[in-house]
Design a protein around this ligand. Structure first.
Ligand code: DSN
Length: 413
């Protein structure tokens, strides 16, 4: 069969350029990672040719013998990773996992509480244009304005006021440990279910670097491509048999048709990697690197939301360094210097979401490349120099140093 470069040189060239971009830049987006060659090998296979609607042993199409076995391995490994009884590995993404979880736990119009997007919540936790707000009624608890930690008094107050059917925890931009037991105690007070979306911290949970949402959460959703280091996708977990049946119905046929079996094979491979002892060391290193980067940035005069980090990410409030400098400015300046980040709102940010006053930084991808704590001071200095670069030459000089560092720490493929 002719190679992609012969049949479609345009796409082949763009993929090669993207590979080069990843190889020569430092990926500090907290929700991204570099998968292994083994995961890439599994995803780029003939499994993409097959319809396998249904579940292992109960499909709507013939020819699913090997798909059944692959999906069962993914399910078994997912359960083993989280120490829970049921797993659905079919959600195409984290948002799809949340949509299916909502379908199984709530009726249209039911009320739930979560952290809103502007304070660090996920899009699919009640952003007004998302199905989570179109079909259901979200209300939000707050972060404490002083400590910038989850304000459990606000969670409790909101829960008693709203009497939600569901309390949702787990975030997109929260640098601190989540106390799942405290959330469950409040859920029990008001007779609500607890759902934890551990998309960001899943790999830390599996690697023992963050407490587990089990046995506290009734339902756990996650993506598979962040700290968990698998292919892009979603996953739903529970210990409750009745809920597991409702979840399976809500994924298929409730919200999806044919599963992406090539991606499910990639998930199985990534879960196998996450069950190895090396992954424990990886998760611990991600957190150590984040703490080292946070400390180095603080030494350079940056203010971090909540003062630091317990996990893989941090939110840098740029105003402490330069009141006029925005998150969008920083994202652009850093990209020019080969450092990839995303602008991110700071708590009570006066600027709009496409501008913001902060950036979110995370260490999952650079840790995969092998960077350690000792390298974080250099990364912090690159960031500071790139943000402060007065001209093209200054930014090009940082770009050269970043590229040299990237060469010392190659990607896993
Ligand atoms: N969009 C992902 C993130 O970057 O956090 C998940 O919400």
């Amino acid at each position: 069969m002719p190679a992609l470069s012969q049949t479609d040189p345009l796409i082949a060239d763009l993929i090669a350029k993207e590979q080069r971009r990843q190889e020569t830049t430092l990926e500090l987006i907290a929700s991204e990672n570099h998968v292994s060659q083994a995961v890439l090998d599994a995803v780029g296979t003939v499994l993409t040719n097959k319809y396998a609607e249904g579940y292992p042993g109960a499909r709507y199409y013939g020819g699913c013998e090997f798909h059944d076995q692959i999906e069962q391995v993914a399910i078994d490994r997912a359960k083993q990773m989280f120490g829970c009884r049921f797993a659905n590995v079919q959600p195409h993404s984290g948002a799809n996992a949340n949509l299916a979880a909502f379908l199984s736990l709530l009726q249209p119009g039911d009320r739930y509480i979560s952290l809103n997007l502007a304070s660090g919540g996920h899009l699919s936790h009640g952003m007004k244009l998302n199905t989570s707000a179109i079909f259901y009624k979200p209300d939000h608890y707050e972060l404490d304005p002083k400590s910038q930690l989850i304000d459990f008094e606000s969670v409790r107050r909101k829960a008693h006021e709203v009497k939600p059917k569901l309390i949702l925890c787990g975030y997109s931009a929260y640098p601190r440990t989540i106390d799942f037991a405290k959330f469950r105690a409040i859920a029990d007070e008001v007779g609500a279910l607890l759902m934890a979306d551990v998309a960001h911290i899943a790999g830390l949970v599996v690697g023992g670097a963050h407490p587990s949402p089990f046995p506290h959460a009734h339902v756990v959703t996650t993506t598979t491509h962040k700290t968990l280091r698998g292919p892009r996708g979603g996953l739903i977990l529970t210990d409750d048999e009745a809920l597991s049946k409702a979840i399976n119905r809500s994924v298929f046929p409730g919200s999806q048709g044919g599963p992406l079996m090539h991606v499910i094979a990639g998930k199985a491979v990534a879960f196998g990697e996450a069950l190895k002892p090396e992954f424990k060391a990886y998760a611990a290193q991600v957190v150590r690197n984040a703490k080292a980067l946070a400390a180095a940035l603080t030494d350079l005069g940056y203010r971090l939301q909540s003062g630091g980090t317990d996990n893989h990410l941090m939110l840098v409030d740029l105003r402490a360094r330069n009141a006029d400098y925005t998150g969008a400015d920083a994202e652009r300046a850093l990209e020019r210097a080969g450092i990839i980040t995303n602008k991110n709102a700071i708590l009570n940010d006066p600027r709009p979401p496409k501008v913001t006053s902060g950036i979110r930084l995370g260490t999952p991808a650079v840790t995969t490349r092998g960077l350690g704590e000792a390298d974080m001071a250099a990364v912090a200095s690159f960031i500071d120099r790139a943000i402060g670069a007065k001209d093209e030459a200054a930014s090009a000089e940082v770009r050269r140093e970043v590229a040299a560092m990237c060469e010392r720490f190659p990607m896993p493929h």
